[in-house]
Design a binder for this molecule. Structure first.
Ligand code: NAI
Ligand code: MG
Length: 383
């Protein structure tokens, strides 16, 4: 049987705590998965001036997938102040490890399933955010660059040329979208819909305002949609999508969006689920995949044993599904739901249970659900 290797990066803040909470599940499931552990994040920066040590890159490269807890990021000058004396003033830059992972591994699709964990399964959809280009492509200027002046001089704002006060009095950010980037993103979105059984893909954009770049994206979206005749494809305004995600979340299957629109919608998705303690995510590229809860390092929760481990368990479920263990993934997803609804809850959901109590309950039910599905579908039988 093929063995899989998973690189585990607990990170810092509540990262190690939610990671520790899920680890016993891997032993309990007895799957052919080998875990390797590596360092990442704030402590590495404070010690060596590098939040992603080269040993960690090597371990990520050698693994089939990566599981991350959470990492603290701080503004540049605060990060510099935390360095040991001998590393200060050398121009070391703290670049968010999460951004480094996405860029170095070419992880272009950020996948955030939004499920009705606390309710009655009224909705189930996935927000897919483009991770590498769009309005976060890095073309962001605090003053108008000389190269752009001729272009912008033609524009009038507030009834006068904006250049009246010179280039220091305006700033600009560009939304760069490429045919390659959008084509792979939309294919990914439709493939995801097909694999997960969704009957529609919605592109959330703003074509009535960003008319030309919107038309460019629409052309590619329509072309890709032709390859998936069984899946309905539509383009909606991103602001309307935000409204309907709250009002009628059951309307959606896959929602796909460029980087910034997707960033906002995916956090909204966590809100629709009932909070950051529940929201999982996955990042995919053509050669690599990494999985992490949506939440950050929640410094105020460190050492109190009350962080909700559900988001991390649901991220593990996405990981298991990716490695081909879909029965175990579904059993785990059901277990998280059963525990949150009927067994015990951490304080973020109004309960009094600890991280450890919720984790034990999820692992216990996950195993029971796995066994039950094995009884229904014994290995080797058609299912
Ligand atoms: P955060 O997600 O860490 O926490 C915000 C609030 O959400 C917390 O105060 C808490 O009330 C709640 N929360 C988050 N996770 C929870 C859990 N598992 N159980 C219960 N409640 C939970 O976001 P914040 O405070 O804006 O950022 C803290 C640090 O995390 C920053 O340094 C930030 O840069 C970093 N961050 C890292 C991310 C990552 O590792 N991918 C993502 C977001 C933020
Ligand atoms: Mg965000």
């Amino acid at each position: 049987m093929t063995r899989h290797r998973v690189c585990v990066l607990p990170g810092d803040g509540i990262g190690p705590q939610v990671t520790d909470a899920v680890l016993p599940l891997f032993d309990a499931l007895q799957l052919p998965i080998d875990l390797t552990f590596a360092e990442i994040g704030w402590e590495c920066w404070r010690r060596d001036g590098d939040p992603v040590p080269s040993r960690t890159w090597a371990q990520i490269a050698a693994a089939d997938a990566t599981l991350l807890g959470a990492i603290t990021s701080q503004p540049l000058h605060e990060a510099e102040a935390q360095l040991p004396e001998h590393l200060r003033g050398q121009g070391l830059n703290y670049v968010s490890p999460v951004i480094q992972l996405r860029q170095q591994l070419g992880l272009y699709a950020n996948v955030r399933p939004v499920t009705d964990v606390l309710g009655n399964d009224r909705f189930c959809f996935t927000v897919i955010r483009e991770n590498t280009e769009g309005l976060y492509a890095g073309l962001d200027y605090g003053r108008v660059p000389a190269e752009l002046e001729p272009l912008l001089q033609q524009r009038e704002l507030h009834g006068a040329p904006w250049t009246r006060n010179g280039p220091d009095d305006a700033c600009v950010a560009l939304r760069l979208q490429t045919r390659n980037g959008l084509t792979r993103l939309f294919h990914f979105a439709f493939e995801h819909a097909r694999q997960q059984g969704f009957d529609r893909v919605t592109l959330a954009d703003k074509p009535n305002v960003l008319r030309h770049s919107g038309a460019f994206a629409k052309g590619i979206f329509d072309e890709v949609a032709l390859h998936y005749p069984g899946i309905a494809a539509n383009i909606d305004n991103v602001d309307a999508v935000a409204l309907w995600m709250i009002r009628r979340p059951e309307r959606f299957g896959v929602v796909v969006a460029e980087n910034m629109f997707g960033d906002i919608l995916s956090d909204l998705g966590a809100g629709v689920m009932g909070g950051l303690g529940l929201a999982p995510s996955a990042n995919f590229g053509s050669k690599a995949a990494y999985f992490e809860p949506v939440h950050g390092s929640a410094p105020g929760y460190v050492g109190r044993n009350v962080a909700n481990p559900s988001a991390m368990f649901l991220s593990v479920a996405l990981l298991l599904d990716h490695l081909g263990y879909s029965d175990q993934a579904h059993a785990l997803q059901r277990a998280v739901t059963q525990v949150a609804r009927r067994v015990c809850q951490t304080p973020d959901l109004g309960g009094t249970a600890t991280t450890g109590q919720v984790a034990s309950a999820i692992i216990e039910r996950s195993l029971a659900n796995s066994l039950a599905s094995r009884t229904l579908y014994p290995v080797g039988s058609p299912s």
